[in-house]
Ligand binder design. Structure first.
Ligand code: NAD
Length: 361
């Protein structure tokens, strides 16, 4: 069993009330199944969605109140913890409103902001109100990752290569989830000869998919001021191959949809004499934790699989934050994670545009 689950105050106190803003697929397929396993510590009390029929039907599944208004949810005294699962463009304002409403903790689905300016506003409000915020980067709450972190020694200092590789089956709905920050062009097939389509797909890939693992990458590259994109390629229909350099380290980000490969979600860090490999379960899949293997010289040690995954880990952490039994992550660390992702997205788009122009001239 993970140290995370041992530390959770199970059962002895009245469950904390959860209110959810936005009741789409992520709420329905990810958070409600996770919360259903944690009924002794967390209870869904209020579902808000701008679509009244969605709010009503999802709330009915869990016996919660429903509404279509942010103020109604934030004004509900039964709600202790707010989860923000609306589309990304609403995240920053809703995080700020939840903090100002004096809630005990806030979970914001990734990405929690889309610009440095939004991130700075969140940081100021978080400091002013002291409300703990976590971002739904579920891999950072996965017991497999946490076990690796406790056992990887000085790998963050010695690693020369950090790699995130994601292979997903073709799935138009999944593609929409992963690319939710771009608009799927009407009529289906995008025009891959249009540089704007390529730029949007790459930005969407980074801020929608790679962003799950960028906080992990940043643990190995805390200093990313001199980040440089060496190569950036869009992979059809939805994917990317991006190589970056930060100081002496090489970062490789890869994603592909391929009907001939099994789904795979792997994070690796490699030094001259040690290596870490973590196999994560794909998003939406509730099948236990990641499995981590730490190799030093010729000796390998495997950690996991543990019973729960990072989604459940997020909720366990939120309960602890709301009870004040755990220190929240610093707002600075969340801002740095976002700045890291935005810098990679900006630099990638610039390099891809230059490569595109070069290929055409
Ligand atoms: N952690 C993960 O594995 C993961 C995976 C995919 C997406 N996500 C993130 O989760 C969030 C939700 O994803 P989704 O696929 O369910 O999104 P979605 O867009 O399909 O659904 C969101 C729901 O929010 C509602 N909504 C729209 N505007 C709203 C508002 N202003 N306030 C409240 N509700 C509003 C919509 O009616 C819809 O029912 C996104 O931010 C996405 O990036 C997380």
């Amino acid at each position: 069993m993970s140290s995370q689950s041992q530390a959770t105050p199970l059962g002895s106190l009245k469950p904390l009330g959860v209110g959810i803003l936005g009741a789409g697929p992520v709420t329905q397929a990810i958070h409600l199944p996770s919360l259903a396993r944690l009924r002794d510590i967390l209870e869904v009390r209020h579902i808000m969605d701008v679509d009244a029929s969605v709010a009503e039907s999802v709330a009915a599944r869990v016996g919660a109140t429903h509404s279509t208004s942010l103020d109604a949810l934030l004004g509900d005294p039964d709600v202790d913890i707010v989860a923000i699962c609306s589309p990304h463009q609403f995240h920053a304002d809703q995080v700020i409103a939840a903090c100002r409403a004096g809630k005990k903790a806030v979970l914001c689905e990734k990405p929690f902001a889309m610009s440095g300016e939004e991130a700075a506003r969140i940081s100021a409000v978080s400091e002013e109100t002291g409300v703990p915020i976590i971002v739904g980067a579920m891999h950072t709450f996965d017991p497999g990752w946490l076990a690796a972190e406790a056992n990887w020694g000085d790998l963050p200092r010695t690693a020369h290569t950090i790699r995130s590789s994601i292979v997903l089956p073709p799935n138009a709905r999944f593609e929409d989830f992963a690319t939710e920050i771009i608009t799927r062009p009407a009529g289906g097939t995008p025009d891959y000869n249009d540089v704007e389509v390529i730029k949007n797909a790459l930005r969407g890939g980074i801020m929608g998919l790679a962003i799950h693992d960028l906080p992990l990458v940043r643990r190995f590259t805390p200093d990313f001021e001199d980040l440089e994109v060496l190569q950036a390629r869009h992979v059809r229909p939805f994917g990317y191959v991006i190589s970056l350099r930060a100081g002496n380290q090489i970062i490789e980000l890869r994603a592909a949809m391929n009907s001939t490969w099994k789904p795979e979600w792997v994070f690796e860090a490699i030094s001259d004499d040690a290596a870490l490999r973590i196999d994560f379960t794909p998003s939406y899949v509730q099948a236990g934790s990641a499995v981590a293997t730490v190799t030093t010289g010729t000796t390998s040690t495997t950690f996991g699989p543990y019973e729960h995954n990072g989604y459940e880990g997020e909720w366990r952490e939120l309960a602890q934050l709301a009870r004040g039994t755990k220190q929240p992550p610093s707002a600075e660390s969340l801002i740095n994670d976002l700045t890291f992702a935005l810098s990679i997205a900006d630099a990638t788009v610039d390099v891809a545009a230059a490569e595109f122009a070069g290929a055409r001239s």
